[in-house]
Design a protein around this ligand. Sequence first.
Ligand code: NDP
Length: 385
Amino acid sequence: MRRISIFGATGSVGANGVDLIRRGGGADAYDVVALTGGRNIARLAQMARDLRAEIAVTAHPELLDDLRDALSGSGVRAAAGEAALIEAAAMPADWMLSAIVGSAGLAPGLTALAQGAVLALANKESLVCAGGLLRRTGRDSGATILPVDSEHSALFQALAGEKLDSVRDVTITASGGAFRDWPLERLAAATVAEASTHPNWAMGQRITIDSASMFNKAMEVIEAKEFFGLAPDRINVLVHPESIIHAIVNHIDGGSIAHMGAPDMRHAIGFALHWPERRALPVPPLDLARAASLTFRAPDETRWPALRLAREVMAAGGAAGAVFNAAKEQALDDFIAGRIRFTDMSPRVETTLSALSGEAGFGDDPDTLQAVLEWDALARQKAAA
Ligand code: NDP
C-alpha cells in the first residue's frame, strides 16, 4: 500500500485531500502515516481516527493534551510542536501533501523531499521563499515535486510532452478576488470580512484575502518561475472572472493550449495523488453551455500593485522572495488584526523589500533552511505595524 501523509490536513486543501483518500478506500487502500493540523484538534483527531493514521501532530505544544484526549483508545500517536512536525515529515512516506499555510510549511516539506517522497505542493510560500533550496533538495534525493496550485497543475498538464523551447510564454488566470469591480477609492475602507469572501473558490481565509489583494497571484507568478524555470517575462497574468480556464501555454507556432475545469481543488489534488495516471475524481464535469461566456481582461497594476512587486522580486533574486513572502504574511496578520488598512499591505511589503535590499547577502540565494528563516524573521520584524 502507498504510504501517504497530509500536512495541514485540517485546512481547506488538506481536508479536500483527506476527502479524496476517504473516497478512495481510506485506511483499507492507503497506509496513512501522518496527519497534521494547528488549532482544530477535534477535526484532526477525527481524521486521524477515520484514516487510522500512525501519528497526528498539532503545531501547538499547548494543545498536546487535548489531542491526546481526543485520540485516546484509537491507537493513533499524538505529538505537538515544530520539531514533532519535522519528525513526522521524516517518517518514510511515498507521497506527502504539503498544505500548511505560510512559511511554516517550508521545513516539513523540505524534510519530506530530502527523504525522496513525492511532494504534492500546495504550500506556494515554500517555492517563493526557497525555490532554489527546494529544487536542489529534491534533485539530490531523487524526489519529485508536483504542483497542487490549480494554475500550476494546469500548466503542468498543458506542458506535458512539450519542449520549453517551443513555448513562447504562459498565462495564469486570476478571478480578480473580492474587489475586482470595486471603485478604487473604496478599497482603503475594505473590511476583513469583505476581503475574506471569494467569488468562485472556497479556500482558507488567508489565501482568500491574498486573492483580493492579488498577492496570491503575485506569489503564483514567482511559483511558476521557480517551478517551470521560465523567465519572468514569459509569465503573464490574465483576469478571468469565471475561473474556468486556469492556465494557457502559448506556443511559438501561434497555437495555445488551455487547461479548463470547474473551480474545485480536488482536481489538482487528485491529479497529484494519482500522477502519472489519471483516475475518476469527484469533480463536477465542466458545463460550458451553462457557463455561457468566458471573459478576460488585463490586470490593472494600480488596483493590484502586488503584481508589480512580484516582477521586482524576480528581478532582484537572492533573498527577495523570502523577504517578500514574510513581509506579506506580516502585513496580512496586521490587516486581519485591524492594525492596518487593506491598501496599506502592498506599501508595507514594498518598504520592507527596499529597506532590506541594502543588507549584506541580500543578493545571494539563501541556500539553507536556516538562512531562509533568518531573512523571514528579519522581514517580519521590519514589516510589523
Ligand atoms: P487553511 O488556512 O485552510 O489551512 C491551513 C492548514 O495549516 C490548517 O491545517 C492549519 O491548521 C495549518 N496551520 C496553520 N498554521 C500553522 C502553523 N504555524 N504550523 C503548522 N500548521 C499550521 O489554508 P488553505 O488550505 O487555504 O491553504 C493551504 C496552502 O495551500 C497555502 O499555502 C495556500 O496558499 C495553498 N493553496 C490553497 C488553495 C485553496 O484552495 N485553499 C489553492 C491553492 C493553494 P488549523 O486549521 O487546525 O489551525
